[in-house]
Design a protein around this ligand. Sequence first.
Ligand SMILES: Cc1cc2nc3c(=O)[nH]c(=O)nc-3n(C[C@H](O)[C@H](O)[C@H](O)COP(=O)(O)O)c2cc1C
Length: 216
Amino acid sequence: MLFDFATIAARERYKLMVSTIVPRPIAWIVTQDLQGVLNTAPFSFFNGFAGEPPVVGIGIGSHEPGRPKDTRRNIRETGQFVVNLVSEEVAERMNITAIEFEREVSEPREAELTLVPSVHVKPPRIAESPVSMECELMQIVELGKESGLVLGRILAMHVQDDMVLDPVKHHIDTPGLQLIGRMHGAGWYARTSDLFKMDRIPRAEWKPGSGKIERK
Ligand SMILES: Cc1cc2nc3c(=O)[nH]c(=O)nc-3n(C[C@H](O)[C@H](O)[C@H](O)COP(=O)(O)O)c2cc1C
């Protein structure tokens, strides 16, 4: 069935996107405003976009037209943020921080999160997250009136000690992190425990036109 985005409303386009672009990793972002007031919220229009330089991107909307979400406003004003990743264990606490509280309510306090000072940036990281990335703003690509794509450079990454398999080779126990992804509709999430392996095919082993791998 064809859905022509020129003929359907924004809300319906959003529904089609979030029910098909899945699973989406979740950036659980800590920021501070210019007065130092802390903010925490999850965002699943999120991914890594380059290895060199190490760049993450997050699409952040508005509470209402002309009022950007606090996270985007804080990043624009301070140029700093911390992306924490979300494991199964902390999923419910992440959900608490997505409540659209009044500005004066502290989400980390409501979710009983432990905040640990960062090394390079002012916003702290969430101790309960198995992975945290200290980031500085590179650029905000304004996406019309309602949204902005925040591009940030990763300055440092914290990984839970027992999830580091080899600190010299930088090998991480990815399945052990038990990270979750956001799925479709209201409130569906995916675990990252249903894995399968598929090796890359060396060029020498693929004979074009034959449709199969010829192992030597
Ligand atoms: C799992 C999850 C993913 C979300 N992803 C996004 C997103 O990608 N973009 C967005 O604008 N809001 C997203 N939200 C909603 C925000 O978290 C919510 O509006 C939050 O209150 C914003 O907080 P802030 O104003 O403190 O920045 C998401 C919510 C949840 C629960």
